[in-house]
Design a protein. Structure first.
Length: 104
């Protein structure tokens, strides 16, 4: 499968917190790779915690404390089928109806 991170969403994040935009791209890729099972230990990533918080404030991720790690959900995930290309795309976008016209 191919993952598509929305360009408009990326620019929205980058205008608020540029490192968080890069982090969002990485999280989208990890979400697809590990089938939505993302967990991080806060003591292992102190330099990027503020960027995780930025993404959460903007609504791009949701987090939940767990007994051994923080679980991360990347919001706006959906699979779309491209019949012409006979393939599926893992897509990440918070405003899919508005932004998806530029993807295909």
């Amino acid at each position: 499968m191919t993952a598509v991170c929305c360009n408009q969403c990326f620019h929205h994040i980058a205008s608020n917190d540029a490192p968080a935009a890069k982090l969002w791209l990485d999280l989208c890729a990890c979400f697809v790779r590990w089938e939505g099972q993302l967990k991080v230990k806060e003591n292992r990533v102190p330099g990027v915690i503020k960027h995780f918080r930025s993404l959460e404030k903007l609504g791009y991720i949701s987090t939940a404390d767990g007994p051994d790690a923080v679980s991360i959900r990347v919001n706006g995930y959906d699979i779309i089928e491209v019949e012409k290309e006979k393939m599926c795309l893992d897509t990440f976008c918070l405003d899919r109806e508005k932004h998806s016209s530029s993807w295909l």
